[in-house]
Structures are given as C-alpha cells and as structure tokens.
Design a protein around this ligand. Structure first.
Ligand code: ADP
Ligand code: MG
Length: 268
C-alpha cells in the first residue's frame, strides 16, 4: 500500500465526508451533468454558483438521490455507491443509508400545513428513524431555539413569515442529524427583508462546523461563508477553489463575466 505524500507539518488529510465522482445525469437526450465531481471535507462549506440551467440543482438532487445518476460514484459518511446503468440501481437499504446522512433545504419549504411547527420537525425522526417522541421533541426544541423560533413550536406554518418557515425547514432537516446539509437557493423565494434572518442561521451552522454545500446567488454571503466556491457551467465544474481565489482571481472567462454581471447589478 502506498501512502500519499504529506508535506512536513501539514495536517493529515481526512477522508472526505462527501465525495461525488464523475456524476452523469441526463433527462431524455439532454445530457445535464457531464461528469461532475466534488469532494467535501468534514466542516467545510462549499458554495456552487453558475448561470441558471448550468446543472446546480440537478447536482444537489443527485447527491441526495432525489435524482438517480446514470454513471459516477457517490460516497457519504462512509457509505458509497457506484452508479452504472439501470441494472445496478441501489437497493432500498443502500439508498436509505446514503440519504440518512444528507439533509436538504429547498427554495420552497414544503412544510406540512396541517401540522404544527413541532410536529413538522419530529415527523422524520419518529416515523423514519423510529426515535422516541419525547427524545425527538427535546431535540426539536433545541433546534428551534437554534433557529430562533422556540416560541413558534405550537403554531401552524400558515401563521409564519417566509423567513420563519425556511428556518423551520432548516430545523426539520437538522433533526435527522445528517452528516452533510445541502441548500438549494434557500433565500430565493423570500422577500428581500427576510433574506438576512435565514442567511444568519446558515452562517451560524457554518460556525458550528456543519458540513454544507450551498447553491445561492447571494454573492457577498457566499464569499464570506464559503471555504471553497465551485463554478458550474453547462453541466461541468468549470472552476473550483478557495472562495478568495474564485471571487478575486477567477480564471474561466465565463466565470469572469458571471461575476462582472453581479458586480454591475449591485452598483446599478
Ligand atoms: P440550475 O439549478 O443550475 O439552474 P438545473 O439543474 O435546475 O440548473 O437544470 C439544468 C438543466 O436540466 C436545465 O436545462 C433544466 O431544464 C434541465 N432539467 C432539470 N430537471 C429536469 C427534469 N426533471 N426533467 C427535464 N429536464 C430537467
Ligand atoms: Mg437551481
């Protein structure tokens, strides 16, 4: 067995907690993901940026197995699977093991309207994980405290603002105690004055060491919260690197013009 070279004094490189390798996904004859790879270390925050239609959501959905890749490999917290043709579709138990370690927050919150906030949060832990209701409730209350909504536990989602609903959706995903959280444009559906409270919760999760992959158009936020930023273009990871480098020293000409459009919009 060979040992990879580690420079003297460098911290030992741990195995990535999330590793997607050469993921391919087509819809009909539309080849949407053309071999996308991403490796995320525990505690790392990676933001994916790129034009609408470049495949960001499809890539996140593949990592959560909401979409089944046709080819490639996915590893999450020690569980891994190689996708190759329909005959090798993962078995239910494999799917469950991969999914159990990934939480996802969407643009639209999809809370159950007939359940209280607390019931929304304990539903997964009790029904899917078989947690005892009193344990699930205690965890839910801790998480509601974290997102600043402990006093809303017994309200129905219809009584909450969009920002509050999204914070409940984040608490609901965290209640499954995933190893990695994925966020797909979590603030895009919100009124501008409600964006900040959701970003603040995400920023706090990052500070707590939560491993996260985000898709967002909030560039200042992305620059601040991300360890690395990846730029997706036409179904490939065109460029990825430290947030500083991507924001200030972009190389891909399409990334340069993408960032210029954001700067222009902010000044305009
Ligand atoms: P992004 O999130 O970067 O805007 P998406 O991953 O949503 O991009 O979409 C990438 C491409 O895949 C788009 O052309 C989109 O129309 C297509 N696409 C996404 N989901 C589906 C689907 N369920 N069926 C058919 N085409 C899809
Ligand atoms: Mg999208």
């Amino acid at each position: 067995m060979s040992t990879p070279f580690t420079p003297p004094g460098a911290p030992p490189q741990a195995a990535p907690i999330l590793e997607a390798t050469a993921i391919h996904k087509s819809f009909g004859d539309h080849h949407v993901l053309k071999g996308v790879s991403l490796s995320v270390q525990a505690g790392e925050v990676v933001t994916l940026i790129g034009a609408s239609g470049s495949g960001k959501s499809t890539f996140l959905r593949c990592m959560n197995l909401l979409e089944m890749p046709e080819d490639g490999q996915l590893g999450v917290a020690g569980h891994s699977f190689a996708f190759k043709g329909a005959s090798r579709a993962p078995k239910d138990a494999q799917l469950a093991a991969l999914r159990a370690n990934i939480g996802m927050v969407f643009q639209h919150f999809n809370l159950f309207p007939h359940m209280t906030v607390l019931q929304n949060i304990i539903e997964g832990p009790v029904q899917v994980q078989g947690k005892r209701p009193d344990e699930a409730k205690a965890l839910a209350m801790t998480l509601l405290g974290k997102v600043g909504l402990a006093e809303k536990a017994d309200q129905h989602p219809g009584r909450l603002s969009g920002g509050q609903k999204q914070r409940v959706a984040i608490a609901r995903a965290l209640a499954m105690q995933p190893a990695v959280m994925l966020f797909d444009e979590p603030t895009s559906a919100l009124d501008p004055e409600l964006v900040g409270e959701v970003l603040a919760v995400i920023r706090e999760l990052a500070a707590d060491g939560m491993t996260m992959v985000l898709v967002t158009h909030e560039m200042a936020f992305a620059a601040h919260v991300s360890d690395r930023i990846g730029f997706m273009r036409d179904g490939v990871m065109a460029e990825i690197g430290p947030a500083e480098d991507i924001m200030h020293r972009p190389k891909d000409p399409k990334l340069v013009s993408f960032l210029e459009r954001f700067h222009a919009a902010r000044q305009g």
